[in-house]
Design a binder for this molecule. Structure first.
Ligand code: ADP
Ligand code: ZN
Length: 639
């Protein structure tokens, strides 16, 4: 959907902005001119005022509360007796004075007799100065907004020219011919995506080859994946492998801009790429401007639409023969405007998944290339310990471990450094908190409850660590992790998770008979899981295999709500709630039952936690004397 008239080359916006700004300045000057008092009124003593009234020399007065301002008919010579520096009397025409508390009975009659014009100003009204300030508020606001805006503009890189650079793209260019270029060697663990992009590299190396054989070369490729999976890295590597320049910008930058700027920048970015073709053009966070139109929130609409339209126009405007390939990244492909996905635009989609265990090991290898590792470091074990971590997380892990080793004044990074760094990344940094002995004991039982259930409920993820050291928002942590990457979750496993998560509260109830707020996070997780079992995974016989909630965005790990009212009846809504509550109640009963049975182990674990604070997997088994959790029994159905 191209705009009907091509926008002019220089955006209109800056000129308009300048005019507005000038207008505001002029208006302010005028306001100040007219509102400022012309000649300052002299404060006269009451007696002198009374005397001039009697002389018939007062033309008019404005009375406001106990203050009278007025004007004489003929100027009055007056010298303040208290002012020793004044040598000659001043000539006074406008004056103010204050009405005495003892009032002045004869004054009113005298004023009338002398024909003085009297105006009374209500004290309810704001004083003229305050009034002026109020009338200035909108103007001041305007100025504020513009100053903010210009400051922002000035902060943009390559914007030294101020408004001159308005609409110029802030595309970052990477010189891919230098030694620092990124290649496929720097990308690991996402081989499928890498292979799919090899074709793009081939094309960029020899754009003629494709067209010679009559094939159509790719034009736009959408990289879809969770944050930190290496989409940007991959795009850079494609440019590096092909030896072509790489231009990139983040679509999110456009969102806050004023209308017209995003479009102008897109135009400029494509122009730069054309001038340097063959080239890679990378647009990060495409979904921020590429959302299906009509879904925008009020306010940002036109800017995002204009930017999106401009991207579409530019994509249509060059032929793939020119040797430009546009790569765009998103983690919300479902939200993209369908127009973006049409043939000749982003018609190819490359999914960049979170790395599996082998992938994580390969990424660890890439990022530890320049790191001196101690002989005890086992990358394979680390890879097994880090399910769910993205490439960016792994880079972060290596970095943290190296920093730790440096702080510990070691020459090499050891396995322990890695594990401590991992703990910090997964569980959050330790937070010094002064807790009372009672609180510590309660937390020890709470975490102990989670941990015991992780040992005794079949199907539960093995307990790796339990700790009562406060970290981040948590007062204690029980860390459970599967032995291998999981892609499919049996119902029994989900129940084991819910039972385990309820173990903290169950233990507190068992030992103290009271509840605390400490279970908030557990309750949140449990509710989410139980609700998903009912509404998405067909695990409630009462409701059956009916989809009652939208699919989770696999790239974000979040559940988006149904737009508008949910597509089921109120009875169904009630049934869902009842089923969620039933599952949680059953699991809570099971948690309480198991903890009652294993109370001696729970007491031992809580006591050990109070003295040692953190226990690892083998210490937990030793202290509790319990075997690791049995696996779920899988029943093979005949037939
Ligand atoms: P995305 O664009 O998907 O959000 P990035 O490409 O910006 O992720 O990843 C950030 C950093 O994380 C990269 O610069 C790289 O150092 C590291 N990284 C991410 N994925 C990988 C990977 N598959 N292989 C090696 N390093 C990776
Ligand atoms: Zn808990």
């Amino acid at each position: 959907m191209a705009p009907t008239a091509p926008p002019p080359d220089t955006p209109k916006v800056p000129r308009r902005a300048w005019l507005l700004f000038l207008g505001v300045v002029v208006a302010n000057i005028l306001l100040v001119q007219y509102c400022a008092p012309k000649d300052e009124a002299t404060t006269l003593p009451w007696s002198r005022f009374r005397q001039e009234v009697a002389n018939g020399n007062v033309a008019s007065i404005d009375a406001r509360g106990d203050v009278i301002a007025g004007r004489f008919i003929r100027p009055v010579q007056w010298k303040d007796q208290r002012d020793t520096t004044a040598t000659t009397p001043r000539s006074v025409t406008t004056f103010t004075t204050t009405v005495p508390a003892f009032a002045d009975p004869g004054l009113e009659a005298l004023l009338a007799a002398k024909g003085v014009e009297i105006r009374v100003v209500s004290t309810q009204e704001k004083t003229s100065f305050v009034g002026m300030l109020f009338s200035l508020v909108p103007t001041l606001l305007f100025i504020g907004v513009y100053l903010w805006f210009f400051r922002r503009l000035a902060r943009q890189p390559d914007m030294g020219a101020g408004l001159q650079g308005f609409g110029r793209s802030t595309a970052r260019r990477f010189d891919t011919t230098s030694d620092t270029k990124v290649t496929f060697d720097d990308v690991a663990g996402i081989d499928e995506a890498e292979n799919e992009l090899k074709e793009v590299v081939d094309f960029l190396r020899d754009p003629g080859k494709y067209t010679r054989l009559g094939g159509t070369a790719p034009k736009g490729v959408l990289l879809v994946g969770a944050p930190g999976t290496g989409k940007t890295l991959l795009a850079k590597a494609v440019a590096g492998e092909a030896g072509v320049p790489f231009f990139s910008m983040s679509a999110a930058e456009f969102v806050e801009m004023i209308v017209g700027v995003g479009a102008a920048r897109v135009r400029d970015l494509f122009r730069q790429a054309r001038e340097n073709a063959p080239a890679i053009l990378f647009i990060d966070e495409l979904d921020t401007v590429g959302r299906a139109r009509g879904q925008f929130s009020i306010g940002g609409t036109s800017e995002q639409e204009q930017t999106l339209n401009q991207i579409l126009t530019e994509m249509d405007g060059f032929s793939s023969r020119q040797g430009i390939i546009v790569l765009a990244a998103t983690n919300q492909p479902d939200l993209l405007d369908k127009a973006l996905l049409r043939p000749g635009r982003f018609d190819r989609r490359v999914v960049v998944n979170l790395p599996d265990k082998t992938g994580r090991e390969a990424i660890l290898a890439v990022h530890t290339r320049g790191v001196p590792l101690a002989p005890d470091v086992r990358l394979a074990t680390l890879a097994a310990d880090t399910p769910g971590l993205s490439g960016a997380d792994i880079r972060n892990l290596v970095n943290e471990a190296a920093l730790l080793a440096a702080r510990r004044e070691q020459d090499h990074v050891t396995q322990k450094d890695f594990l401590d760094a991992l703990e910090k990344i997964i569980l959050g940094p330790e937070r010094p908190l002064l807790l009372s002995p009672e609180d510590r004991e309660r937390i020890a039982y709470h975490e102990g409850g989670h941990a015991i259930l992780g040992l005794v409920v079949s199907g539960a993820d093995p307990v790796q660590r339990v700790s009562i050291v406060p970290r981040g928002q948590a007062l204690g942590v029980t860390y459970q992790r599967p032995d291998s990457d999981r892609y499919n979750y049996p119902e029994g496993y989900l129940r084991a998770r819910i039972i385990g998560a309820l173990g903290g509260r169950a233990a507190e109830e068992l030992v103290y008979g009271t509840k605390t707020t400490g279970a908030e996070n557990d309750i949140e997780q449990v509710t989410q899981l139980a609700r998903n079992m009912v509404t998405r995974w067909g695990m409630s016989t009462a409701l059956g295999m009916v989809q009652l909630a939208p699919r989770e965005n696999p790239y974000l790990g979040t559940v988006a709500g149904f737009p508008g009212p949910h597509p089921y009846s109120e009875q169904t809504a009630e049934a869902i709630d009842a089923e969620v509550q039933r599952i949680i109640a059953e699991c809570h009963a099971e948690a309480t039952h198991q903890l009652t049975v294993h109370r001696p182990a729970l007491d031992r674990l809580a006591a050990a936690l109070l003295t040692r604070e953190t226990l690892d997997a083998s210490e937990i088994l030793e202290v509790t004397g319990l075997p690791p959790a049995p696996a779920l029994r899988s029943v093979k159905r005949p037939g």
